[in-house]
Design a protein around this ligand. Sequence first.
Ligand SMILES: C[S@@+](CC[C@H](N)C(=O)[O-])C[C@H]1O[C@@H](n2cnc3c(N)ncnc32)[C@H](O)[C@@H]1O
Length: 254
Amino acid sequence: MTIKDLIKLYETRKKIYGKEAYRYISSLLAEAKTQHKKDFKGADHEQSWRAFKGKNLEKLIEHIITDEVRSLGLEVVNGNSLERTKGENLSKEMSLLKRNLLIDYGEYGSHLPDVIKNDARRIPLNNDSVDFVFIDSPYSDNISYSNDIRCIGKISCEKQEFFDELEKVAKEIHRILKPNKAVGWLIGDQWKKKKFIPTGFLLYQRLEKYFETIDTICVTRRNQTSNTDIWHNRAIQFNFYLRGFKYLFIMSKK
Ligand SMILES: C[S@@+](CC[C@H](N)C(=O)[O-])C[C@H]1O[C@@H](n2cnc3c(N)ncnc32)[C@H](O)[C@@H]1O
């Protein structure tokens, strides 16, 4: 018994039941199992049948749905071949599909072919080549982002150096953006050890050198951790405001 035999069995049912034939897969498999047993010569038929069924049921389902899917103007793509084939060897549409699947569902060990990790102060893109930049930069050294020595999040926003480094990023964004195109920059303020740093305003002063402001947006927190009783009580006890928002500066290249 091969996948061809399975498909033949399905086609005989299709002649009888038409579009409803898929409802008869269980009886089809029962018949196939009997046939498989007749052909089988080893000791453990059950195990051999399980392996056969595991391998071929997916192929049979692909066969069953292909006509229907094609009649809608769509194409069935086998996940295994999509997974194994590199993006550059796929058609443009398939490569895009693969990329979207990776973004939506992720996959351990998979890397989007056109996403690279790089120091934002030296972006490997040409001058005037980009339509839009979105950046969610570090706000300070409040979080341990990585062990990368190039991480700007290792510098406290209490130091000038933090803004000097972000300014280098701003310059680089300015260089790669096409004229009049925009950057969206997300950043929050810092309140730490009874000291408030208006990180957003301090960055904004640097950005103004390179960009015209289109808008400033207040991005509010909804379900994040500071919106809890513990933080409300701490805020009252230690006399600070809860950081309930971040800034999103929308600016265009001067
Ligand atoms: C506020 S987090 C952004 C997190 C991101 N939006 C996310 O949801 O995963 C700041 C990010 O900037 C990265 N970063 C720090 N210094 C960088 C640099 N010099 N070049 C590029 N990225 C950097 C950090 O590794 C961190 O992932």
